[in-house]
Ligand binder design. Sequence first.
Ligand code: NAG
Ligand code: NAG
Ligand code: NAG
Ligand code: NAG
Ligand code: NAG
Ligand code: NAG
Length: 686
Amino acid sequence: MGLPKGILITFLVVPFAIMLHQAAIGTAESAAKPKDFPFRVFDEKTDQAAFRFEGVSSIDQGALQLTPDTLNQAFLLPNRSGRIMYYRAYRLWLSDNDDDDVVASFNSTFLLNIYRNKEWNAGEGFAFLIASDINIPEQSHGQWLGLTNASTDGNATNHIVAIEFDTEKQDFDPDDNHIGLNINSVHSSKNVSLKPLGIEISPEIATNYSVWVEYDGRSKVMEVYMAKHSRANPPNKPNTPLLSETINLRYYLKKESFFGFAASTGSPAIQLNCVLEWDLKVEELHPRKDWTWLKIAAGVGVPTMALLVILGFWLGIRYVNKRKITRVEESNVLGTLKRLPGMPREFKYKELKEATNNFHESMRLGQGGFGIVYRGTLHDKDHEDTKTSTEIAVKKFSRDNIKGKDDFLAELTIIHRLRHKHLVRLVGWCYEKGKLLLVYDFMPNGSVDKHLYETSSQNTLNWKHRCKILAGVASALHYLQNEYDQKVVHRDLKASNILLDSDFNARLGDFGLARALDQERNSYAELEQAGVPGTMGYVAPECFHTGKATPESDVFGFGAVVLEIVCGRSPGIKILHEHHQYSLVDWVWMMHREGRIEEAMDKRLNDDYVFDEANQLLLLGLACSHPIASERPQTQAICQIIAGTTPAPSVPPFKPVFMWPSMGAAYSSTESTVSNVILSSITVSY
Ligand SMILES: *[C@@H]1O[C@H](CO)[C@@H](O)[C@H](O)[C@H]1NC(C)=O
Ligand SMILES: *[C@@H]1O[C@H](CO)[C@@H](O)[C@H](O)[C@H]1NC(C)=O
Ligand SMILES: *[C@@H]1O[C@H](CO)[C@@H](O)[C@H](O)[C@H]1NC(C)=O
Ligand SMILES: *[C@@H]1O[C@H](CO)[C@@H](O)[C@H](O)[C@H]1NC(C)=O
Ligand SMILES: *[C@@H]1O[C@H](CO)[C@@H](O)[C@H](O)[C@H]1NC(C)=O
Ligand SMILES: *[C@@H]1O[C@H](CO)[C@@H](O)[C@H](O)[C@H]1NC(C)=O
């Protein structure tokens, strides 16, 4: 008699649980459903959400660009790597301990264009990639193809299988024009030279290739076909594959894996790595009918099941009620955050509370306009025996309700994608009960201003440290303005926003939240009226007129930072000199005019610095402080001047006069329109 009742109850409980589950998924996904295959063109605006971008990759000119696509800024091309993966993972087999050996079949068809200029020596290569993890390893440029690096190559924990299209010969390659099957390594387990087959992957005359990668999950055969493509007469799949190899993906990949592409350039070997179209079909595996559930349900008996039903309904009602209140706000936020490329870790509020000793006053690192930053320690519970712990900085936003949530999320998505060794890394986030917290790498040496102003003269920053900090900030600025696929304007460059790691490497802090959090507060006019200390002196004169930050106004802010770090004086504090008050820039300019620029040096250095370097930096600082935006040097030149490979520009004896409106295209020396520029801002310093 137990049997029929058991079945009945199972039917009651299971659908109910499924219903709740679907409700939860439904709300998170509805925010903006990424586009599905096929992609006949890639749209810069609407297709961002469908992919995860790693390294220097982007969507540009209707194509996936694994490495930068630029012909007139060739210096951006060498030594790059990138990955672009479709946003969702696919299930490749059903269960790890299933005797049934079936793997999902798939077909991936794409249009490939590997371009090289006649003067270029093509390299390094491109790959179609299946990986358990979308993250690109550091230093994966050159021979590593964005797949591995010198330390990870060959390691089974990579869990990658790729088809490489290699255009540069390494010692372990047959030639510089081959495809290969790569398993966890750039050393192919099977290679096929294409020259005898009349195919050149990166010919001097730009050529599009149709590529078919097909996998049969029953026979475990992987095949690659390739044919020259012409729009007028699209090719059919050739009869014979170029490469055909038996490989059981279960041995190398993980059950849930991502599909996408990777590529790299070297030096001097460079090429553009573009995917113009992509279609992917992955077989959906269905579990065999499984009656175990029913058997268990029947066996457990009526009383337990009745209790479960009651519990289920009670929990369900609570859950539904709770969701009603917070669903509207949270679904959007969570949905977007969870889809961030590279998936920063989601923390529980409780975890961060514990890490910061209940946000204890003694853990406080600093305060900014929008929240307080605490120091914290995460104890890694997974490795109880090793007792590893990680230092973090937790920013707790003071406002419970974030204004302009969509803007905020849009910016956060971008911030998260910025990867540079001189930008502070976003480790994770927490959004619970309307409270927002962001988690960053902890910077043990605090901010630059503390070192300049709060330490005794004995242990102030030495000259080497100061030069290293400026070089770091310049390279971060160059990355934001030129190397990232969208221009990012920092907007609030100042010493308190430059943090130092244990080796005194500079890192710019967290980005982009000010505008979305509080629009009104960002008006430069108000800053001017209020004479906000610590910001005055860093803001370019034209900003007070336009209210807009630009790449050039960031260069102005950088100039102020250079003078500040070299002179050890805050740009916001006037200097009294022979009964006159001078701003830092005006004072240094006067010293320059009078031929005694060394008197501007920080006295605490005790003459322990290299005069030529200091002189170049001060001139650079003045050049960046030019009142006319278009006259300021560009970041590329700034990096070269700091590296000592280019001399500083000549600086006139008198500071030029600021004119408004300025003549011609003073604002953007670059082609980007203002709407293309993302205004970001560091708001909270440690
Ligand atoms: C490219 O990287 C290699 C090592 O990976 C290095 O030797 C070379 O100097 C780099 N070239 C450029 C132009 O950065
Ligand atoms: C892949 O294409 C082959 C034909 O070339 C077809 O038989 C197979 O069903 C396709 N597989 C998937 C998963 O679409
Ligand atoms: C390889 O990549 C890993 C992961 O990004 C990184 O930890 C490691 O330092 C890299 N190794 C080299 C030699 O760059
Ligand atoms: C492979 O990688 C894992 C984790 O990334 C590491 O623990 C292990 O030492 C590596 N193995 C080798 C042989 O390098
Ligand atoms: C490339 O493949 C050929 C034929 O399969 C093989 O003989 C050769 O050793 C391979 N070359 C390398 C460098 O792996
Ligand atoms: C390659 O394809 C792109 C996009 O469809 C097209 O604009 C371009 O003209 C093609 N190039 C060649 C050489 O066929």
